[in-house]
Design a protein around this ligand. Sequence first.
Ligand code: HEM
Length: 153
Amino acid sequence: MSAYIPLLHLHSTLRYAVLILLVIAIIRGLIGWLGRKPFTKADDKIGLILLAVTHTQLLLGLGLYFISPTVEVALANMGEAMKDPNLRFWAVEHLVGMLIAIVCITLGRILSKRATDPLFKHRKAAVWYSVAFGIIIYMIPWAERGFFAASGQ
Ligand code: HEM
């Protein structure tokens, strides 16, 4: 049995964990930044869990990329795939957009950890996680955008 469908479902479901953790981390960052609050152990823990879940999502996505029938069709003829919005989305846009978002989350974590002033710690987290959130929301194939993974065909 192919691992494709279970992996696709896992990857699809994990999006909610990524989004919920991002919202919590952004709200905590904003409250801490604007309210000039100390950077607590809980703030650090949320950042760590967010990073771990996001990187798990990256690994699942990379795995999917190599076994997805949709991506396979696209990669077989990239010239034609670029003219097809669905194939282009799966072969290029989703991958590149999500990689950029994951880099933003990683930077948010690293820069926040490196900063010594709690205000900067909160600000780095709030800003970088917000950028990532915007990109991820845009790059998720929500039903109304009309992009479909192979399981939905
Ligand atoms: C935070 C990061 C990410 C989120 C929230 C996310 C979300 C999603 C969602 C919601 C789907 C549709 C699942 C379905 O229709 O059942 C999907 C599919 C997919 N994603 Fe991601 N993704 C992320 C990162 C990535 C990355 C980094 C890659 C590649 C390296 C990737 C590759 C794929 C592939 C190949 C598919 C399936 C395409 C198909 O077979 O039709 N994803 N992703």
